[in-house]
Design a protein around this ligand. Structure first.
Ligand SMILES: Cc1ncc(COP(=O)(O)O)c(C=O)c1O
Length: 359
C-alpha cells in the first residue's frame, strides 16, 4: 500500500487512523455482526453512534445549549436555498460576496426574496476580504450571509463582519473545526463535511433554536424545513448514516489531538511553512492579500501557465497530488486541511525548492 500526499480541496485527506479504524470495523461493528453501512438508522447501535457524534461535536466547538446540531444531506449547496426558505421572513437578506460559493448562495437567495449585495471583492478576482466593519446593511434584512473561508481563492475572514445586530449566517465548509469559534456569534454555521471532517454526503448545520420555526416560505418542502430535522434529531428520514459515523470518528480524533485550539496551532505552523516559502521564492508567489490568507487553502502561481502545468505534473509523479488550481483560477492550490500532516507540507516545500532550482 502506498498513500500519496493529497492536497485536494475536497473531498480531501482524512486522518489515516480514522480510515484504519473504519476498515477494522467494516465487517463487524463492535460485535453487531454487521457493517455500519448495513444497519438500521433506528437501531440502538446506530443511535449510540449519532448521539456520540453530536456530543463530541458539541464538546469540540463548545456549542451552547440553545443551538441544534443537524446532520443533513444535499451538500452545502442545498443550504444556499434552505437558508432563505427558512430565514427570509421579511424577504430580504444581505450577502457579502467573497468568492464563487458566496456568489452562488447570493444568486440562489434571489429566487426567494431580495438578496442585497452589501460588499464584494470581485473587483480584484476575490483576492481579499472587504472591510466589513461598517456596511450598509438594510434595517429589515433577515440575516447577513458570509462564506467564511473561500476554498477557491484562499481567503478567510480574520474578524467577523459587523452585522449591526442582524443574524449572521456562515458557510464554513472549508474551515470547519480548523480553529476554535464562538458559536454564539452566529445564527447558523454550516458546512459540507467533505473537506475537513468526513466523506461527502453529510452537511452539518448548527442553528440557534429561535431560528427554527414553522414560519417558512410558502411551498417549502418538508425535507427543507430545519424544524423537520430538528424535531426528529436528524432522524426524520434515513440520514447519511455511514458518513455520520466517519464524522464521529474524526471528532474523536480531533479530541485526541487536543481539540480545536491545538488544531489551530498545528494549522498555523503548517501554513507558515508554505507561506514563508512563497514569500521568499523567486518563482512561486501567493495570490491573495497577506492579511486575508486562509490556513486551509493556499493558492499560488509561477506566472507562467506552462511552468505551472509542468510543476503540477512533476509534483504528481513525486506523490504530491491534486495541486492543480481551480478551473476558474488556474495555477496551483494546496489544500492543507486538519488531516494533512506537517511532514506533507514540509516535503511539498522541499519539492518546490528543488523545482525552482532546476527550472
Ligand atoms: C465554501 C464552500 N461552500 C460550498 C461548497 C459546495 O459544497 P457541496 O458540493 O457540498 O454542495 C463548497 C465546495 O467545494 C465550498 O468549498
Amino acid at each position: 500500500m502506498s498513500r500519496v500526499y493529497n492536497f485536494s480541496a475536497g473531498p480531501a485527506v482524512l486522518p489515516e487512523e480514522v480510515l484504519k479504524e473504519a476498515a477494522e470495523e467494516m465487517l463487524d461493528y463492535k460485535g453487531s455482526g454487521m457493517s455500519v453501512m448495513e444497519m438500521s438508522h433506528r437501531s440502538k447501535v446506530y443511535e449510540g453512534i449519532i448521539k456520540a457524534a453530536e456530543a463530541d461535536l458539541r464538546e469540540l466547538m463548545n456549542i451552547p445549549d440553545n443551538y441544534k446540531v443537524l446532520f443533513l444531506q444535499g451538500g452545502a449547496s442545498q443550504q444556499f436555498a434552505m437558508i432563505p426558505m427558512n430565514l427570509m421572513k421579511k424577504k430580504k437578506a444581505a450577502y457579502i460576496v467573497t468568492g464563487q460559493w458566496a456568489k452562488k448562495a447570493f444568486q440562489e437567495a434571489q429566487n426567494y426574496g431580495e438578496a442585497v449585495k452589501v460588499a464584494s471583492s470581485e473587483d480584484e478576482t476575490f483576492s481579499y476580504i472587504p472591510d466589513c466593519s461598517d456596511l450598509d446593511i438594510p434595517e429589515d434584512a433577515d440575516y447577513v450571509y458570509i462564506c467564511e473561508n473561500n476554498t477557491i481563492y484562499g481567503t478567510k475572514y480574520k474578524t467577523l463582519p459587523n452585522t449591526k445586530g442582524h443574524t449572521l449566517v456562515a458557510d464554513v465548509s472549508s474551515c470547519f473545526l480548523s480553529e476554535p469559534v464562538d458559536v454564539s456569534k452566529y445564527g447558523i454555521i454550516y458546512g459540507g463535511v467533505q473537506k475537513n471532517i468526513g466523506p461527502a454526503g453529510v452537511v452539518i448545520v448548527i442553528i440557534r433554536e429561535d431560528l427554527i420555526t414553522e414560519d417558512t416560505l410558502p411551498g417549502t418542502p418538508t425535507m427543507l424545513k430545519y424544524k423537520t430535522h430538528a424535531d426528529a434529531d436528524s432522524l426524520y428520514n434515513t440520514p447519511p448514516a455511514y458518513g455520520i459515523y466517519i464524522c464521529g470518528k474524526v471528532f474523536q480524533w480531533l479530541k485526541k489531538q487536543g481539540g480545536l485550539a491545538a488544531m489551530k496551532q498545528h494549522n498555523e505552523e503548517k501554513a507558515k511553512i508554505l507561506y514563508d516559502f512563497l514569500d521568499e521564492s523567486k518563482m512561486f508567489r501567493g495570490t491573495v492579500r497577506k492579511e486575508d490568507r486562509s490556513l486551509m487553502n493556499v493558492p499560488f502561481v509561477t506566472g507562467d501557465k506552462e511552468l505551472d502545468a509542468k510543476f503540477v505534473k512533476e509534483a504528481e509523479a513525486a506523490g504530491f497530488v491534486n495541486l492543480k488550481g481551480h478551473r476558474t483560477v488556474g495555477g496551483m492550490r494546496a489544500s492543507i486541511y486538519n488531516a494533512m500532516p506537517k511532514e506533507g507540507v514540509e516535503k511539498l516545500v522541499a519539492f518546490m525548492k528543488k523545482f525552482e532550482e532546476e527550472n
